[in-house]
Every structure is written in structure tokens, then in C-alpha cells.
Write a protein that binds this ligand. Sequence first.
Ligand SMILES: Nc1ncnc2c1ncn2[C@@H]1O[C@H](COP(=O)(O)OP(=O)(O)OP(=O)(O)O)[C@@H](O)[C@H]1O
Length: 702
Amino acid sequence: MLHLCLRSSVKSRRLFSICSVKTQPRTGGRTSAGRICLNWGQPCWRYPLATEVSECTSISQLLYKSGKSIRQCVYGWLRGRVRTPHTFLLVTSPGLITLGLQFRNNVAHCEEEQRCKVNQSPQPVPEFNWKEFWKFLRPEFATLIWAILFACGAALLNTQIPLMLGDLMNGLVQCLRTNPACYLKAMKMPAIKLMIAYTLQGILTCCYITLLSRIGERVAANLRKELFSTLLRQDIAFFDATRTGQMVSRLTNDIQEFKSSFKLVISQGLKSVTQTIGCLVSLYLVSPKLTSLMCLVMPFLVGTGAYIGSYLRKLSQKAQEQGHLASDLITTLVQTWTKELNSREVDEASSMSQILGFGIGIFQGLSNFSLNCVVLGTICVSGMMLAKEQLRAGDLMSFLVATQTVQRSLANISITFGQVIRGISSGSRVFEFLTLQSNIPIQGGFQIPSHVLVGQVHFDNIDFSYATRPGQVVLHNLNLTLPASKMVAIVGQSGTGKSTIASLLERFYDPDSGIITLDGYDIRTLDPQWLRSHVIGYISQEPVLFGTSIKENIRFGKPDASDEEVYEAARQANADGFIQSFPDGYMTIVGERGMSLSGGQRQRIAIARALIKNPCILVLDEATSALDAESERMVQDALDHIQKGRTVLVIAHRLSSIKAADVICVLANGRMKEVGTHAELMKRGGLYAELVRRQTSEETIM
Ligand SMILES: Nc1ncnc2c1ncn2[C@@H]1O[C@H](COP(=O)(O)OP(=O)(O)OP(=O)(O)O)[C@@H](O)[C@H]1O
């Protein structure tokens, strides 16, 4: 068995397309029938050469014939005559090896990024929802097909341009050798062809980039709108469990990343793959010998570059983290101005950045050096071939331009691989939120006609825990009745579940067991939107005002309210006086979250907002506890005034404000401990009496 490799002294130019040949030698260097092995490292493709080999008289003849045979095979395959993937693999395998290396590096890098993200938040990355993606892509599908066609067209033209350049050069050399006067004539046709190719390529590039950006932007805008309305439809339990930053990140970063990846995969990925394959075939057709040399060198160079690149990326990530640490420290120091800026973190960040700079310098220097060596090597080898007339000057030019196109395309494919993985992760996160279903619908259900609505509420054997803390039972077997048009107060120590009762009544959450009824109807059968916007008026300790005018803030309670209704609600809430005293009156802008108003003024606007919907049930959740004595008196006056004729649930810390309640319920550890009027509970001398006694003595001390 004879093994010959590329570095053999055989001179035939066609032999460089083969890596090894295995034959059965006869005597005297003659060969018998055998196989030629197209071998790139490991034995892989075998191409039988029985007839030709049997005619060979020497190894060199055999090699010559085998090279020719493979070339014929390539041409044959290109013309669709030979149905074998062997030759295709021969041409593309070095590229595939290179891509494999780069892909491995990119995947490793992305996995690392993923691990970092996972470390920050223990959420696993969900699966990409192709069905959901298709819903958004379908309206743009026709445009997408055009974009793909244009991108492939541009790529195919790119593969032809080096060959055209070669033709131009060959024509030119030929003309200068034979008859320099015919220079213009010789140049004309190839130059026109090239011009057409350049123009077409430019138009196609412009078309596919425009179309892709149109598709990307439309899909992203639709995703954003749909995601936003899906988030709005979620119940409060979802917002308890999800960080605001996480939602904002999905609405902005993830959609942005997904859009960029989508565009990049079509524009760069598709184009680069087409260009790489096309140019490799062109290279082989121009010179199999030079192509084989290139294919030996390139995987090594690109692979090494990819390894160094991934090391530099890691280094850059570390330098960035160190930079963040240093800037956090600087922020702290700037806030306090206490210490000298003489820290290890800052020095560490500086030295890491310097190492990174050194690494980048080495990398760039090495890549410039090696790529220039490749060009020089190609010119040297091709110079010999030129001298022996095995190659023409134009072929050399085609070869160099096509090699550069392949290099660029391989680099782009490598970037695209990483981007695909990042895009799929971002898309998965977006679609995960898009397909969320709320446990409590935002609207839909029965609405009790207003003429029969009396506002009697009953909590029957309620058990409840928050989903985010399933181990902590907040309400145990709670029974509570809010009689129609009466005032019920709930008191108890902090954290006993008072506000939770109000949240259950508004149906922000559903109880784990038990049932809450309004006029005998289970509130789960009622329309939640109607319940919140027409039946219940909720006034909390910290009212939320929007950064718009006072009038709009009040009207928020009833969007179709007339100006007169707004003024009437403000009068009932004791707010009209101070609003009129402002230069802009009802058009006064309240500032972000109402910060340009006092606490008492904010609270009275919130009361007016609750009143404008004329609710049948009023929930006052520590509505006056954040106010000073004067503001509290004014707000309390407003509250006393508006409570008449409504069912009122008061949650209060200041027990003096609920003495007049029809029923006072004392809650401890989520259980109802005492129920009665102020007088009854004081007489009983239990928990309520103890709370009153403690609060009175605290107030006396103050
Ligand atoms: N969204 C939530 N997720 C998880 N646990 C919660 C949530 N809201 C309240 N809790 C917990 O439920 C328990 C009852 O809270 P709740 O706000 O109902 O108490 P409270 O009696 O109104 O207290 P305070 O008088 O201080 O307002 C507390 O232990 C609280 O930590």
C-alpha cells in the first residue's frame, strides 16, 4: 500500500486537489487497479479509478489521471451529470471544518453568556415558540421571500465578480502582449459586463436591506404592541412574581435583539453561505492547485483566530465587569465624598483593560501578518505557475478577490451563528410572555343591574396565601359580612392581612378556598372590569396620581365624565377650594406621581376620583394615616361626607377614626378574633380594648 500526500514531489498541477492516493503497487513502480482516496485528515471519500489506474505505468501518471478524473467529476457534478456529493464535499469540506471550529467557539461563548444570565436569574430559557413566531411573520411572508431572493441574487453576483475581474485582466494582458493599441476594444465588453454586475449587485443589496428592515421593524412593532397588551391583561399575581426590570427588558432589549438577529440571519447568514459555496466552486474552477493550498491553510488560520477571539471576548467580559465594579465604587464615593479614590478595584479595572488592549493589539497584528502572508504565499506559488503558464494573470486576480470574499463570508457566518443563538434565546423569552394566560380575566362576566345593586358583601370561609409565598397562609377560614350601606372597620396589627381582604374584594386575587359574594353573586362570576370601575371605589394610603392635569386625574375614575361631574366630585371631596386657589385651577399639572401637591391634597384628589364613579362600595385603606393632623381633619371631613348611603370598608391604624363604625372586626394572624361596635368591644376588654389602650398611651407620650 502506497501513501502519497500533498507534499510529494509530483509536479502535475492537478494533483493538488488530492490529499492521498492508495494503490496496490506492482513491480518497478507500476501500479495495478486501485482506489483514489480524497482524504482530508481521515480517510473519507473513495473514488474508484479502475480503468484509468490499470492503464497507468507510473505513480505520476496515476496521480495525473486521478487529478484529471476529479476535475471532470467536479465539472460533471456542476453540470448535473454526476450524482455524487463527493466532489461537493471535497470543495466545501475545508470551509465546513473552519465553520465547525468557529461555530464551536461561538456556541461555547453563547453558552457562557447564557450561564451568566442564568446565574443572574434562575429562570430557565424557554423553548422557542415557532408557531407564535409564524403568526407575526405570516403577514410579511411575501416580502420576506423577495428579500431572500434579492439577498441570494446579490450573493451569486458576488461570486461572479472575481471571475469577471479575472476575464478583464486576462483580456488586458493578452492585448498588451499582442497589440497594445486594441486596449480599449479589449477592455470594453468585460468592463461593461462588470459594470452591469456592480450595478445589479448594488440594486439587489439596496432592495434586500430595505425589505428586511421593513419586515424586521414591522414584526418588532407588532411584537411590542402585542406583548404590552398581554402584560396589561395579566393579574396582580403575575406582577408580584415578575420584576419590572424583567418586563421592560423583554419589551425593549429582547425584542431588539430578536429583530437584529432575524435581519442578520437573512442578510448576512444566507448571503455568506451562498457566497462561500459559490466562491469555493469558483476558486476550484480557477485553480484546483491553489484552492487546495488555501484550503489547507485557511482552516488553521481561521480556527486559531476564532480561539484567540473567544479568549479575548472572555477577557473583555471580565474587564467590563471589573469596570462596572469600579464605577459602582466611584458612584458611592461621589455620593458621600468621604474617601480618596485609591482602590484596588479601580487599579484592577485599569490593568485588565490594558491586558485586553495588549491582547487585541497582538490579535490584530497577527491576523494582519498572517493574512498578508497568505496573499504573499499565493502570489509566490501562483508566480511559479504563471512562469510555467499553468495560470494566467487574470486567474490570479480572480483567485485573490474570491479568497477575500470567502474570508469575509466565513467571518460573517461565524458572527451569524452566535447571533442566531442569542436571537433564539431572546425570541423564546418574548414568546414566553406573549403566550401567558391570566388566571383572572380582565373583563367579561355578569354585571348586576344598577337598580338592584345594594352592595352587600360576604366573605365565606376564606383561606388565602400569596402565590409568591405559598407557605405563608395569610387568611385562615375568614368569615366577614359588609352589610349594605353600613361602615365596617377592620383593625389589627401590621401584617395581619387587612389589606389582603380589600385586594380579594377587588378581585386582584382569588381565594384558595371559600367564596366571596356581592348581593349573593359569587364575584368570580361577575365582570372584573365592571366591579373595579363601577362598584368599588378604592382609596389607599399612597394614592397614585399621573403627571397630567388635576382635571384629567379626577376624570380617570370615569373617562366619559363631563366637566361638571369633575367639579362636583372635587367639591364633595373638599378639594374644590385648594384647586381653585391654584393659578391654573383644574388645569394645574400635578407633576410626576403628583409630587407638586401636598399629601392631603393628593389624597383629596384621589377621593374625588373614586367618587366620580359613584361607587356603591367604598374601600378606605388607611386613607388618612400618612397625613398630618390638619390634613387628616380635612380628608376625614370629606370621607365622613361621602360615606353616607354606601357600603364602606375601612382599614385603619388610627382607632379614633373608626369609633363610629357600625361594625369593628379585629384581625390577628389572618383570623377574625373579635367583632362588635366600639362600645361592645371596649366593654369586652379583649384585643381591641388592648389596642385602644396602647394607642392612647402612645399618643399621650407624644
Ligand atoms: N403581594 C404580596 N406577596 C406576598 N406576600 C404579601 C403580599 N402582600 C402582602 N403580603 C404578606 O401578607 C401578609 C399580610 O399583608 P397585608 O398587607 O394584608 O397586611 P396588613 O394587615 O394590611 O398590614 P399593614 O397594616 O402593615 O398594611 C404580610 O405578611 C405580607 O408580608
